[in-house]
Design a binder for this molecule. Structure first.
Ligand code: SF4
Length: 446
C-alpha cells in the first residue's frame, strides 16, 4: 500500500515539474511516507527527522512532509516537530501536491488528516481519490512491467493489535469498472503483471447492478490482452470464498500464490487477537486451497510474543507452520500500538528476550521447510519475470562474469537469481534451476 502511495505521489509531483533525487542534500522537498504497524517503523521516522533537522539548519527553505499512517495517527503532534512542515494522512494523498504549493507560497505549516477516520467517506471523496489513482498509476516508480492497483481502502476487522483500521478508515471497495479501466490502460502502457491490493483483499465487495467480488475482478481483468500475470494481496483467512480459489484454478493468468497470514497457531491467542477463526479452520482452508489450486504456494505472517503467549501457545504456532508447509513466512515480534485494544487491555507480558528467541526459532523452522521444499525445483525450468540487476553491488555489474546477476520471480513468487543481460528487465524468461536455498533459487537462462 505504501509503495503504491509513494509512487502515486511521485507521479503527481513529476507532472508538476518536480524531479526525484537520490540525495537528501539535493532535495527542495523531502517526503517521508510512514507506517504505523510496528513501533520500530515509527522510531525510524523520528530518527530520520532528527537528521533532517541538521539539513534544515543549513537550508531553512527545505520543505519536509510526513505522510501516511503515522501522519494520520499523530497529526498535530507531528506537525509541531521542528523538522516538519506538512502532515497528510493516507486518505489525503491526492492533496499532497497542493499542500506543498501552499506551504511554499504561504510559508506556513500545513495539516491535512481526517477528523473522524472511521466515518464512511462521501461518494464524491471516493471519486476524487479514484481519479487520482487512475491519473497517476504507472510502472515508472515500480519495477518495470509491473503495477499495483488498489481495489479497496481501509479495513473493518479490528484485529486487537492492529492500528490500520484507525489510520486508513473503513473498508471501501472501488467500482469494478474503474479498476478494469485502470488495468486496461496499464496493460496498454506495457504492464505485464498487475497486483491487486487490499488490506483484506478477499473481502472486496462492490454493490452495483449486482454484487461484485474479488473472483469477478480476477475474471474480468484476466480478459485484458497483454497482461500475463495477476496477483492479489493480502488475504484474510476469515470469510475466504471458494470462488477465489476456483478463479485461481481456472484462470491461467492468476498466479497460484496466496499470502494469507494466520498470525498464531493457538486458539487462545487467535481469540485474543480477534482474528475470527480457529487454527483448525485455518488449516482446513489451506487444505481446501491446495486441493482446488494444484501447486499452490502459501505465504504467511506470524506475530510472536503476543500478550499471554505461553510456551504451549508458541508450540501450537510452530506446529501450524510445519503442518501448512509455507513457502515463506514473515515473523514479527509483538509491539503494542497506541489506541488498539491489545495495547489498552492486555499487558505486554512476554519478555523481549523470549520474543527474540521465538522469532529466531520460527525463522529456523520456516527455513528448514523452505530448504526442503525448494529442492524439488533443481533441474526444472521455470518462467520468471525479471525485476532487474541484483541489489548486491559486487554482483550487479558484469565485472567477473560476462553478464550481471539478475533477480526475478516465478508465478509462485519464488525469487530466482541468474546471470543475463540487464536488457531482460521487465521481460519473461525461462530459467533452468541448478541450485536452491531456503530463500532463493539459482539458475541459468534456458
Ligand atoms: S485484517 Fe486485521 S491485521 Fe489486517 S489490516 Fe485489518 S485489522 Fe489489521
Amino acid at each position: 500500500m505504501n509503495k503504491l502511495d509513494s509512487a502515486l505521489v511521485s507521479s503527481a509531483l513529476a507532472q508538476q515539474g518536480y524531479e526525484l533525487t537520490d540525495k537528501a542534500t539535493d532535495a527542495d522537498v523531502i517526503i517521508i511516507n510512514t507506517c504505523s504497524v510496528r513501533e520500530h517503523a515509527e522510531d525510524r521516522v523520528f530518527s530520520n527527522l532528527g537528521h533532517i533537522k541538521h539539513l534544515k539548519k543549513d537550508r531553512p527553505q527545505l520543505l519536509v512532509a510526513v505522510i501516511g499512517c503515522m501522519a494520520q495517527r499523530l497529526g498535530e503532534e507531528l506537525l509541531s516537530h521542528d523538522s516538519v512542515d506538512i502532515v497528510a494522512g493516507p486518505t489525503q494523498i491526492d492533496e499532497i501536491p497542493a499542500l506543498i504549493t501552499r506551504a511554499l507560497a504561504e510559508h506556513q505549516k500545513q495539516l491535512s488528516v481526517t477528523d473522524e477516520i472511521r466515518r464512511q467517506p462521501p461518494d464524491e471523496r471516493e471519486s476524487e481519490l479514484d481519479d487520482f489513482e487512475v491519473a497517476y498509476d504507472s510502472d515508472k516508480h515500480h519495477l518495470k512491467s509491473q503495477a499495483f492497483i488498489r481495489v479497496m481502502r481501509g479495513c473493518n476487522n479490528f484485529c486487537s493489535y492492529c492500528i490500520v483500521p484507525y489510520v486508513r478508515g473503513p473498508e471501501v471497495s472501488r467500482p469494478p469498472a474503474v479498476i478494469f479501466e485502470q488495468a486496461r490502460r496499464l496493460a496498454e502502457q506495457g504492464i505485464r503483471q498487475i497486483t491487486l491490493l487490499g488490506q483484506t483483499v478477499n473481502s472486496y465487495r462492490y454493490k452495483g447492478a449486482r454484487i461484485y467480488t474479488l473472483a469477478d475482478l480476477l475474471e474480468q481483468i484476466s480478459e485484458i490482452e497483454g497482461l500475463h500475470w495477476i496477483r492479489f494481496i493480502t488475504s484474510h483467512p476469515g470469510k475466504f470464498e471458494e470462488s477465489i480459489l476456483n478463479a485461481m484454478a481456472t484462470l491461467p493468468k492468476v498466479c497460484p500464490y496466496l499470502h494469507i497470514p494466520a498470525q498464531s497457531g493457538s486458539n487462545k491467542i487467535l481469540k485474543a487477537m480477534n482474528r475470527g477463526y480457529t487454527a483448525e479452520q485455518y488449516i482446513e482452508l489451506m487444505d481446501k486451497a491446495r486441493a482446488i489450486v494444484p501447486d499452490l504456494a502459501i505465504a504467511g505472517d506470524f506475530i510472536v510474543g503476543f500478550p499471554g503467549e505461553t510456551d504451549e501457545d508458541f508450540q501450537a504456532t510452530e506446529h501450524m507452520i510445519r503442518r501448512v508447509r509455507y513457502k515463506n513466512c514473515f515473523i514479527f515480534k509483538y509491539s503494542p500500538r497506541p489506541g488498539t485494544r491489545a495495547e489498552q487491555k492486555l499487558a505486554d507480558d512476554v519478555p523481549a528476550e523470549v520474543k527474540q528467541q521465538r522469532n529466531v526459532r520460527l525463522l529456523e523452522v520456516v527455513n528448514q521447510i523452505a530448504e526442503a521444499n525448494n529442492r524439488v525445483f533443481e533441474g526444472r525450468t521455470l518462467e520468471v519475470l525479471v525485476e532487474g540487476p541484483s541489489k548486491k553491488a559486487h554482483l550487479n555489474k558484469a565485472e567477473h562474469l560476462n553478464e550481471p546477476q539478475l533477480i526475478g520471480r516465478t508465478a509462485h513468487d519464488y525469487i530466482v537469481v541468474f546471470n543475463g543481460p540487464e536488457s531482460l528487465t521487465g521481460q519473461f524468461v525461462n530459467v533452468r534451476i541448478v541450485k536452491t536455498s531456503a530463500l532463493t533459487l539459482f539458475g541459468e537462462l534456458a
